[in-house]
Design a protein around this ligand. Structure first.
Ligand code: UDP
Ligand code: MN
Length: 604
């Protein structure tokens, strides 16, 4: 039960907001206060080529990490299927490290971007993603004369390949007659390849519709988006993060409700691109809420919202938005007061604009038939210039402008912020006045009545997931994991229930059920039905350990591949026996070389 609950929790984390993944994780695990996603450019804007089914892994050594479309040989031998709803062509071995340069790209990528840049680079700038829409969406038609969209993408130190995949996914999968332009805003990035290389790439390979604005100083995503919007000329603004991939027919379903009513603001469903594997998977349909710590959270959609004739494909109302991905009439963005320009770097702006939309006469909808993937990272890889807690600063501003007496709920949780300076909010207060906005009580009563039921001091509810009960992954194989060089069995160093314990190769004892591993469809290796074999992706020099199964792939995903290798997906390396002559039987991770010490067999 404990492990099932943890599995629920961790899956939930993946579905958490564009803006809040990390914060929510920390919030549930520790405390709310502890802390607040190259090389050779290709020629031209090539038509998409599907991954060749087989490119031999060794070819990778000679390839640039650059923007080819390709796969690193899939050596799964078909006995391990990638889950049906994920990218069938994207092998978990896409991250395999063949040499020091691969290792370097991977390590630098995790450090600077908190996702697997090696895989991102190998994927290239164009790829197909699974169509995650409800099949009924494909039958929908949209009116002619939809307004033209300007896509605004603000970025700071983004990985070049992720940024280009974002831009190309828009170019590849948007009807050209609806695309006014793509405005890229470089928020004064420091990374070298976002300088001349980016200018050259845009100049040589992208259509004139793509423009680049460079901020002279770091502004943060809030003022950055306002700057992008001020350069946009389309009727509708569509904001995207710089590590997204849009899905089939994503834009029309966003534009249609805006055409109907210019005060409607819309969000796509945010699909998940794994930070470790870059695999694109479908998200459940949920709506946005928040808690009194002013953290965004996902809530189930009340059945009353889904009652219409279009059922689960109809747009539904959402009390808040996640923040990174939404579309809005450009003029309405301006009359509604854009964003609060006194907010810095990151955080809070999503709740601020959500409250403002509802309280000042607009509405906020989620559009189930529009899907956009986003790389969900486990941490934000950048800080703010002065090391300030911009989330607290921004939340204070929004509480003082919009929350009336309910700001006390926030201070009850954050007493230390009561007297903190939050700058001048007069302009925002007069905006609220000018727009004749309703009270926060009205918002709670009418738009988010669920909030009052849970009460001010209630603990955040666990993340929800709809349509995905806590299912147990199917076991594909069960047996002893034998090192073929020594015929020893991989076992717990102490006991299989010891969380954090090491694994070592011991003499096989065929009466000992503690040496039995289960290998399941999630690619987890579970010892004695208890704990999962785990590699923290940030410390590939550490040996693997036994940890609670978290069900979110990455550090607990293993592939029993060709040449008997035991490959770890998020580390990109293979398990090896450190010293075949030592009785200690220590194992470690190493570059896959197919040597006898790296050969393992799961014996049924
Ligand atoms: N961003 C920016 N300037 C900043 C911080 C962030 O332009 O100072 C960009 C960032 O590159 C991304 C978007 O704003 O495209 C949202 O930030 P991020 O993805 O880090 O937020 P998350 O999705 O993790 O909540
Ligand atoms: Mn993001």
């Amino acid at each position: 039960m404990g492990s099932a609950a943890l599995r629920c929790f961790c899956c939930g984390c993946l579905f958490t907001s564009v803006t809040w993944t990390l914060l929510l994780f920390i919030y549930f695990n520790f405390s709310e206060e502890s802390q607040g996603f190259r090389h050779v450019p290709i020629k031209g804007h090539e038509p998409y080529k599907p991954f060749p089914k087989k490119v031999h892994p060794r070819d990778s050594a000679g390839l640039p990490d650059g923007p080819r479309s390709g796969n690193v040989g899939n050596s799964l031998g078909n006995h391990v299927g990638v889950p049906a709803e994920t990218n069938a062509d994207l092998s978990p071995e896409m991250g395999m490290i063949f040499n020091e340069r691969d290792q370097d790209v991977r390590d630098v990528g995790y450090q600077k971007h908190a996702f697997n840049m090696l895989i991102s680079n190998r994927l290239g700038y164009h790829r197909e993603v699974p169509d995650t829409r409800d099949p009924k969406c494909a039958k929908k038609t949209y009116p002619a004369g939809l307004p033209l969209a300007s896509i605004v993408i603000c970025f700071y130190n983004e990985a070049f390949s992720a940024l280009m995949r974002t831009v190309h996914s828009v170019l590849d999968r948007t009807a050209p007659h609806l695309l006014q332009e793509i405005v890229l805003v470089d928020d004064n990035s420091e990374l070298d390849d976002l300088k001349k290389r980016l200018d050259d790439y845009i100049q040589e390979n992208l259509p004139k519709k793509v423009t680049l604005v460079r901020n002279k100083q770091r502004e943060g995503l809030i003022r950055g988006r306002m700057i992008g919007a001020s350069h946009a000329t389309g009727e509708v603004l569509v904001f995207l993060d710089s590590h997204c991939e849009v899905n089939e027919m994503w834009l029309q379903p966003l534009l249609a409700p805006i055409k109907d009513n210019r005060k409607t603001v819309v969000c796509p469903v945010i699909d998940i691109i794994s930070a470790d594997t870059l695999i694109y998977t479908s998200s459940p349909v949920v709506r946005g809420g928040f808690n009194w710590g002013l953290h965004f959270k996902w809530d189930p959609v009340p059945l009353s919202e889904l009652g219409g004739p279009e059922g689960s494909t109809a747009p539904f109302r959402s009390p808040t938005m996640a923040g990174g991905l939404f579309a809005m009439d450009r003029e309405y963005f301006n009359t509604l007061g854009q964003y609060d320009g006194g907010m810095d770097i990151w955080g809070g702006e999503n709740l601020e604009i959500s409250f403002r939309i509802w309280m000042c006469g607009g509405s906020l909808l989620i559009i189930p038939c529009s899907r956009v993937g986003h790389i969900f990272r486990k941490r934000r890889p950048y800080g703010s210039p002065g090391g300030h807690d911009t989330m607290a600063h921004n939340s204070l501003r929004l509480a003082h402008v919009w929350m009336d007496e309910y700001k006390e709920q926030y201070f009850a949780l954050r007493p230390e912020l009561r007297n903190r300076n939050y700058g001048d909010i007069n302009e925002r207060l007069s905006l609220r006045n000018r727009l004749n906005c309703k009270s926060f009580k009205w918002y709670l009563d009418n738009i988010y009545p669920e909030m009052q039921i849970s009460g001010p001091n209630a603990k955040a509810q666990p993340p929800v997931f709809v349509n995905r009960g806590p299912k147990r992954p199917k076991i594909l194989q069960r047996g002893r994991l034998i090192n073929l060089q020594t015929n020893r069995c991989l076992s717990a160093q102490s006991h299989p229930s010891h969380k954090g314990g090491l694994v070592v190769a011991k003499e096989c004892d065929f009466n000992d059920s503690d040496q039995i591993w289960s290998y399941n469809e999630e690619h987890e290796l579970i010892l004695s039905n208890l704990l999962c074999l785990d590699m923290s992706e940030t410390r590939s020099s550490d040996p693997p350990r036994l940890m609670k199964c978290h069900g979110s792939g990455g550090s607990q995903q293993w592939v029993l591949g060709k040449n008997n290798r035991l490959y770890q997906v998020s580390v990109g390396q293979c398990m090896k026996l450190v010293d075949p002559l030592s009785h200690k039987g220590y194992v470690s991770m190493a570059i896959c070389d197919g040597s006898p010490s790296q050969q393992w067999h799961l014996d049924n």
